[in-house]
Design a protein around this ligand. Structure first.
Ligand code: SF4
Length: 368
């Protein structure tokens, strides 16, 4: 059966099974031929027979390199590290979702529940920093998936990467929606004060009900503001990213979000508009239909207005903040609020001159 948007709903998962998750379905990725979804087989059963809610599975990732490079002219970094593939925070709008299709998994619920963990990342990183000809430049974390998602509490892969960067005085920028970032205040404080680290906390809404629905396992808005305050007190250059601003859903909060972040100690602010590449469009539409059916058509109309008539325009220079009247209006509101609140538009430059190449095993022995 088709839905409001003419999509097949075979992949939908019952609300009880996806409790605490963002996506409504486990719709297939571009490369899969078959849909998998739990079905009612018609046998009566009591509540005890109901299948349990979806659990998160951690899967070892056997990647042999850890620094990913990019040449995008609209990104302020040329290299990044993602300790995890998939993200349990489960934000409905997450533009990293389509990467799970490349792994043969669904960008829907699989993205939130089947998380690949790069346990070898700290060791690989040390080797890559040691390579002859390595030219130092800030490494971005959180550009794709969140380094402080729930798995990090036990796995500590992000912590291991930070320890390598700290030991070799390598610059780092990080963006997160996880309050766990404050666990690593000791490292961020020292690196921040040395001009080697800056942190941005991503905020979408101050409305707890909306946040729980659209980004179900990310930290609450209040916990994110407390993280900004703790980072600021520790001497870490900290900013806020309104990422994303969702037209007709959260754009009325722009000024209040920036005021709350500035009060907490943020020193700069950035924003990106909602963008819905590949499978994310269908996932977002399904969520809209389930959560705010009366507003769904208006929201999608505004999203298209922001992107020059298309739901998604991936062109460099336009994909982050859109184009046209709507984009200009949002930009002006952010700019006006920034000026009023004394927020910069970008973080401070990070130092590169302090970098020390990791010694090779046995180098110490050569001293004697
Ligand atoms: S926290 Fe970031 S990476 Fe994780 S699901 Fe949300 S938007 Fe995606």
């Amino acid at each position: 059966m088709g839905d409001l948007f003419g999509m097949d709903d075979a992949a939908r998962v019952a609300p009880g099974l996806r409790r605490g998750r963002g996506a409504v379905s486990n719709r297939v990725g571009r490369y899969e031929r078959e849909t998998r979804a739990p079905v009612d087989d018609g046998w009566e059963g009591d509540e005890d027979d109901a299948p349990p809610p979806l659990r998160t599975r951690l899967i070892p990732d056997a990647s042999r390199s850890v620094i990913a490079r990019n040449a995008s002219p609209d990104l302020p970094f040329d290299r990044s590290i993602n300790p995890y593939r998939g993200c349990e925070h489960g934000c409905v709008y997450c533009f990293a979702r389509p990467t799970h299709a490349h792994l043969g998994m669904s960008p829907g619920l699989d993205f939130e529940t089947r998380i690949l963990v790069k346990r070898g990342a700290p060791r690989l990183l040390e080797g890559e920093l040691r390579r002859r000809g390595y030219a130092v430049a800030p490494i971005a974390m959180g550009a794709n998936t969140d380094p402080y998602q729930p798995a990090e509490r036990e796995e500590r892969v992000t912590r291991g990467i930070l320890e390598v960067l700290q030991a070799h005085r390598h610059p780092l920028s990080i963006v997160t929606k996880g309050a766990l970032v404050t666990r690593d205040l000791d490292i961020f404080g020292e690196m921040g004060r040395a001009g080697l680290a800056q942190v941005a906390v991503s905020l979408t809404s101050l409305d707890n009900r909306l946040s729980r629905s659209v980004e179900p396992r990310a930290a609450s808005p209040q916990a994110r503001l407390r993280a900004i305050a703790a980072l600021s007190r520790a001497g870490v250059p900290v900013g806020v990213m309104l990422a994303p601003v969702i037209p007709a859903v959260t754009d009325h909060e722009i000024e209040r979000l920036l005021e709350a972040a500035a009060r907490a100690g943020a020193k700069w602010a950035g924003w990106i508009g909602l963008r819905l590449p590949a499978e994310v469009e269908g996932i977002f539409r399904e969520w809209l239909e389930a959560e705010m059916p009366d507003r769904a058509a208006r929201v999608m109309g505004r999203v298209a207005e922001l992107h020059g008539g298309k739901v998604y325009d991936g062109a460099f220079g336009r994909r982050m903040t859109g184009q046209g009247v709507w984009s200009a209006l949002l930009r002006r509101r952010v700019e006006t609020a920034r000026k009023r609140l004394g927020l910069a538009s970008r973080p401070p430059e990070l130092r590169r001159d302090l970098f020390r190449v990791p010694p090779r095993p046995g180098d110490q022995l050569d001293l004697f």
